[in-house]
Design a protein around this ligand. Structure first.
Ligand SMILES: CC(C)(COP(=O)(O)OP(=O)(O)OC[C@H]1O[C@@H](n2cnc3c(N)ncnc32)[C@H](O)[C@@H]1OP(=O)(O)O)[C@@H](O)C(=O)NCCC(=O)NCCS
Length: 162
């Protein structure tokens, strides 16, 4: 995990700077140690590992954004040397099933910098709709950035997963 989370290229569009061992320890002992979806910003982070005891190649996450609105957000990271093999898409497809079937989400969003073509491709592969482009609506790492919203409603997901 430290290998890919300390990689500047991997972190380019993530909301954090390349991480240290202490940062990864903090993530594992706080957020990852309490995988419960009960309040805004609570989350379930999951590792993405290759089968048969293979290596960890990345991690994905489901966040609660608004409990009353049943809105959750997904995130995905795959180590550079394991990209382009469908791992993010496969893991994110499992997250969608978890979000709609287990969490009873009404609306699932994925947010990204419009320059993050790889992440947008993952969202499109999942059948998410490109819904909005917010201009300089948030400051990430000291810079005002645009944010692209991809969205999937439960009824849209059920229509393609009868
Ligand atoms: C985004 C990311 C998770 C994609 O991981 P991945 O395992 O390579 O993605 P997949 O192999 O599942 O590819 C899914 C789709 O994206 C496409 N894709 C992957 N990388 C791409 C790229 N650099 N440019 C354009 N499309 C790309 C694939 O071709 C595939 O499309 P298809 O279904 O039409 O064939 C990975 O690039 C990453 O970790 N980036 C850094 C972290 C990050 O920015 N996370 C997202 C923050 S919003």
């Amino acid at each position: 995990m430290l290998g890919y989370r300390s990689d500047p290229e991997t972190c380019r569009y993530l909301p954090f700077e390349p991480q240290t061992a202490d940062d990864v320890d903090r993530f594992l002992t706080t957020r990852a140690a309490r995988p419960v979806l009960d309040s805004p910003d609570s989350s379930v982070p999951l590792g993405v590992a290759l089968p048969h005891g293979g290596p960890l190649v990345g991690d994905v996450i489901v966040f609660v954004r608004s409990r009353p609105d049943e809105c959750v957000e997904l995130g995905w990271i795959i180590a550079a040397e394991h990209r382009g093999q469908g791992y993010a898409a496969e893991a994110a497809e499992a997250l969608l099933a978890f979000a709609f079937d287990e969490v009873q989400a009404h609306r699932v969003v994925a947010r990204m910098d419009p320059g993050n073509a790889a992440s947008a491709s993952v969202a499109e592969r999942l059948g998410m709709r490109r819904e909005a482009l917010l201009i300089e609506a948030e400051r990430i790492k000291g810079e005002w950035v645009d944010t692209l919203y991809y969205v999937l409603l439960e009824r849209e997901w059920r229509a393609s997963h009868p």
